[in-house]
Design a protein around this ligand. Structure first.
Ligand code: ADP
Length: 373
């Protein structure tokens, strides 16, 4: 896998031997991914350059006068714990190589057997490894935030259930049944909130699983969405209409989930007597990508909140005003990402919202993919 190999890279060579610095530079000079090669002859100079230039990869000689290479490596890692460093060692110095890797070097190369292919490979691998580590760290952080918010959101209805059960028990003991129907209603609301949270969590997890893409008729998807939302459409006297929609390359259940979340939100976040939701598409037969638009006449979203509504659990209203889990749009974003598209929103406070997303047209599928599906 090549991560981050597209951008032009800056390489810093730290080596006290001018000959060795020149050899490294010569071997890397014609690499099309490298835009800049900087050289330092002491550890101090190298650390200074590292701090100001932030190179993508450091080639670091193990035997530096004054500082030893491991010391420089540690200082570099203290400045940036995910820096890519390839240690340059002498022949037969496996112990040094092991020590360097333990101290956080991404890789090592033996100076006496330097080759263009070997050195470039070491640099590319080191940069890829760092990019991958950063990606994993950011995913782990995302998961931590997700879990923290989930636990917080699940605790509130659980606390309500516990509180109302306590009140019911006390009232039964006191022979007071006046407020029983109200407490039981509140218990049901809190239980429903947990049920909704679990259902949406299952959808969120499913949006990550591997699915097969096949031609999906979005008109059929639209019919399923209207059938699934029929109760809410009737209740709110909503009008849901759509263009003749194209056949896209996708996963039908996820397409239903996507449009259902967007149309459902259009009905929910609306104060008009008749919510009006329109699903249109902007694509000619020649286009490989179709751009869909789901327009509503609802309460709108303030401009500064447009990007954050796609974050998991991000809600602009409390439960008492509009119920929900805050995962609907995060699921839509995951689904669209899996399908290679993008999703965004345009809206103004009080002016209705337009959600846009792109999907590949089924015509863009290769013949063998069609046969397989
Ligand atoms: P939920 O509806 O469960 O809260 P979503 O992820 O679907 O979660 O939406 C996140 C937030 O974005 C909602 O809480 C709401 O504040 C806002 N939002 C989503 N869709 C709309 C819409 N069509 N009109 C106005 N606000 C919306």
């Amino acid at each position: 896998m090549t991560v981050g190999a597209e951008a032009k890279q800056t390489i810093l060579i730290i080596d006290d031997s001018e000959d060795d610095r020149d050899v490294c530079e010569r071997l890397l000079r014609n690499d099309p991914h490298i835009s800049q090669i900087l050289k330092a002859e002491t550890g101090k100079q190298g650390i200074g350059l590292f701090e100001t230039v932030h190179p993508d990869c450091v080639l670091l000689d193990f035997n530096l006068p004054g500082h030893d290479g491991l010391d420089v490596l540690r200082r570099i890692r203290a400045l940036n714990d995910s820096a890519s460093v390839v240690m340059l060692t002498g022949e037969g110095s496996e112990d040094i190589a092991v020590a360097a890797m333990k101290a956080g070097a991404s890789d090592y190369v033996v100076k006496d057997s330097l080759s263009t292919i070997g050195l470039r490979r070491a640099v590319t691998n080191a940069i890829d490894k760092t990019a991958l580590q950063r990606k994993i760290a950011s995913q782990q952080e995302e998961q931590r935030v997700f879990l923290r918010t989930l636990l917080h959101d699940a605790r509130a209805p659980l606390r309500h259930i516990s509180d109302f059960s306590q009140l019911i028990t006390e009232d039964i003991e006191a022979g007071n049944y006046d407020e029983m129907p109200e407490y039981c209603g509140d218990l049901q609301i809190a239980t429903k909130r947990i049920e909704d949270l679990l259902d949406t969590l299952a959808s969120y997890a499913l949006a990550e699983t591997d699915v097969t893409f096949e031609p999906v008729d979005m008109n059929v998807v639209m019919k399923a969405v209207i059938a699934n939302l029929s109760h809410r459409i009737e209740e709110r006297q909503a009008v849901v209409r759509s263009d003749t929609l194209p056949i896209v390359k996708g996963h039908a259940p996820q397409m239903i989930q996507l449009l259902q979340n967007l149309v459902g939100n259009g009905i929910k976040y609306c104060k008009a007597d008749k919510p009006a939701i329109e699903v249109t598409v902007n694509a000619s037969d020649a286009d490989d990508v179709c751009r869909f638009k789901v327009q509503d006449n609802g309460i709108g979203i303030p401009a500064d909140k447009l990007s954050c509504v796609f974050q998991p659990f991000k809600r602009l209203w409390s439960h008492d005003v509009y119920e929900g889990t805050g995962l609907g749009l995060a699921i839509c974003q995951k689904i669209i990402k899996r399908h290679g598209g993008t999703i965004w929103c345009e809206s103004e406070d009080g002016q209705g919202s337009a959600f846009f997303f792109t999907l590949p047209r089924a015509g863009a599928m290769r013949e063998d993919q069609r046969m397989a599906s």
